[in-house]
Design a protein around this ligand. Structure first.
Ligand SMILES: Cc1cc2nc3c(=O)[nH]c(=O)nc-3n(C[C@H](O)[C@H](O)[C@H](O)COP(=O)(O)OP(=O)(O)OC[C@H]3O[C@@H](n4cnc5c(N)ncnc54)[C@H](O)[C@@H]3O)c2cc1C
Length: 501
């Protein structure tokens, strides 16, 4: 049975995914978005983070594809590039350049603005979704706030000079990190959800560049993506050695050069930016940056703390409203989890709308439990690293001994896993599944075959019997040799030709 009207607050990734799901269950879905949405892949005020690189993890890619069949093909057709990072990216790890070798992970590289443009195109193909642009949501219409039957029944908005209300059978809050919905609910009588927070003071600084054309690139550029992890060296070194740096290819023969750090001041001006790129651990990063032509200013953001509003813990959660995307749970972007978590939450919503005839307390209880289970997976991953920093603030700061343990163990464990993954397909596949949110960190760290794989690799490496070398000199070019085991061949990813967005 189709329900009447659903209203989605916010027309970015989470809002569009929610609209796609709701369109199968409601006669009409209205998306209220404050910005005028550009027809093409362009930046806009409401999504300032689009200036920085955005990965869609595999689970997010699949989730979006379930909601909007053909999403992946459309993204590739618009210029996204399907690459296999272990073959197409050069990784500067603790010990040096990693060996190039095929693995189980593929990724579509594109800009965030292209992802959104393709999503908007998909939404516009759905007849019963209407996007109302230039409309600011200003409040909620509610009934019986905080009581067992308390329900959200509509929204208040401003459209230019006009203010109005819109009745809704169901409301989805997808207003992003800065959503005021929890405050509006509290003003209407509901208990405010408690917030779990951890701000590890991550700062991103990014600049867009044109790449040299394929013919003009140095012959040594077999790679399309450069990743430089922090040094892990505890001796004196330039700040830039602690950066996590990316030379991130996007559509239209362009690249986003991005440097990020936990807790450091980052460059804001073009000259400082390029000087910092030159001081990154390997000279290849600065040289590659200088070989490109700048297209933008330097963009810097500090809006990166982890924050989870725990609606699932409320004794009387509001009926008629759910929150998805950054409005409920925003992450440190280093882990690339935000868009995928939003799309996964939209699939939880789809499952619950299938399962329940009525949008009653049981529906909301089941949705919140399912969403919590889904969000636990990325949240645990983010905590595992961010809890290691003394300067992190928030409710999830741990005791000093746990902080020390996390600081000491997290990179070595990561290094051990990536080294073992290069030789052991089981370790590779489970790690890829965890990175892509298909399995949890806990499942991985308690999996006997996985632990055996790590131990076996350790012993082999102590005996000098590993097959895939590692630790190539970072003052030299990343080695192009393909170390894929011929006994375990994998299909290489296909690379779409660059196209204009
Ligand atoms: C630097 C950085 C890098 C990132 N990298 C990645 C990455 O690699 N991979 C990844 O998955 N995620 C990444 N993220 C996270 C990702 O950007 C977010 O998780 C994602 O955008 C969340 O989408 P959303 O729809 O919930 O919110 P948003 O994208 O923030 O959208 C909120 C929408 O609500 C609208 N809006 C706001 N207020 C109102 C109002 N009152 N009325 C009407 N409309 C309103 C806004 O205009 C906007 O369209 C990154 C984030 C940052 C900051």
């Amino acid at each position: 049975m189709r329900r009447s009207t659903a209203v989605v607050l916010g027309g970015s990734v989470a809002g569009l995914c929610a609209a796609g799901v709701l369109a199968r269950h409601f006669e009409e879905v209205i998306v209220l978005e404050r910005d005028q949405l550009p027809p093409g892949a362009e930046h806009r005020r409401g999504v300032p983070q689009s200036k920085h690189p955005h990965f869609v993890l595999n689970s997010g890619r699949r989730a979006i594809g379930e909601i909007f069949p053909g999403f992946e093909e459309a993204l590739l057709a618009a210029g996204g590039m399907l690459l296999m990072p272990s073959m197409d990216a050069a990784y500067c790890e603790k010990a040096g350049w990693a060996a190039r070798k095929s693995s189980s992970m593929t990724m579509i590289y594109s800009s965030r603005v292209l992802i959104e443009r393709v999503l908007r195109d998909k939404v516009r193909e759905v007849d019963n979704i209407v996007i109302r642009e230039g409309v600011t949501v200003t409040g909620l219409v509610t009934d019986g706030g905080g009581t067992p039957t308390g329900r959200v029944t509509g929204v208040e908005y401003r459209d230019g000079e006009e203010s109005g209300t819109l009745a809704a059978g169901f409301v989805v809050d997808a207003l992003g990190r800065g959503s005021s919905v929890a405050d509006w609910l509290a003003a209407a009588g509901w208990e405010a959800p408690s917030e779990r927070t951890l701000d590890a003071k991550v700062t991103y600084t990014s600049r867009w560049y044109d790449l040299p054309s394929a013919e003009d690139r140095p012959a040594s550029w077999w790679w399309q993506h450069l990743v430089i992890t922090p040094t892990q060296d505890t001796g004196p070194h330039p700040d830039e050695h602690d950066y996590l740096s990316n030379f991130f290819p996007i559509e239209g023969n362009r690249v986003i050069v991005c440097m990020g750090s936990w807790g450091l001041e980052m460059p804001r001006k073009p000259q400082e930016f390029e000087a910092a790129a030159d001081r990154v651990r390997t000279p290849v990063f600065g040289e590659a940056t200088r070989a490109c032509t700048p297209l933008s200013e330097v963009h810097l953001t500090r809006s990166t703390g982890n924050k989870w509003r725990r609606y699932d813990e409320l004794a009387q959660p509001p009926l008629g409203l759910v929150a998805i995307g950054d409005s409920i749970c925003a992450f440190n972007p280093f882990y690339a989890q935000g868009m995928s978590s939003a799309a996964r939450s939209a699939l939880v919503l789809a499952a619950m709308l299938e399962r329940h005839d009525s949008l009653d307390a049981a529906f909301h209880r089941d949705f919140l439990a399912g969403q919590k289970e889904s969000l636990d997976v990325p949240w645990m991953l983010a905590m595992a690293r961010d809890q290691a920093y003394d300067f992190a603030t928030g409710t999830e700061v741990v005791a000093p001994w746990r902080r020390k343990l996390a600081a000491k163990a997290s990179w070595p464990v990561f290094n051990a896993i990536t080294a073992a993954a290069a030789e052991d397909p089981y370790v590779d596949e489970l790690f890829t599944a965890v990175f892509n949110l298909d399995r949890s960190l806990k499942e991985m760290m308690t999996d006997p075959r996985f632990l055996y794989g790590l131990a076996r690799h350790r012993v082999r490496s102590m005996l000098g019997r590993t097959k895939v070398p590692s630790g190539f000199d970072i003052d030299q070019l990343p080695p192009a040799t393909d170390y894929t085991d011929p006994d375990q061949p994998r299909e290489p990813a296909t690379t779409a030709a660059p196209a204009e967005a």
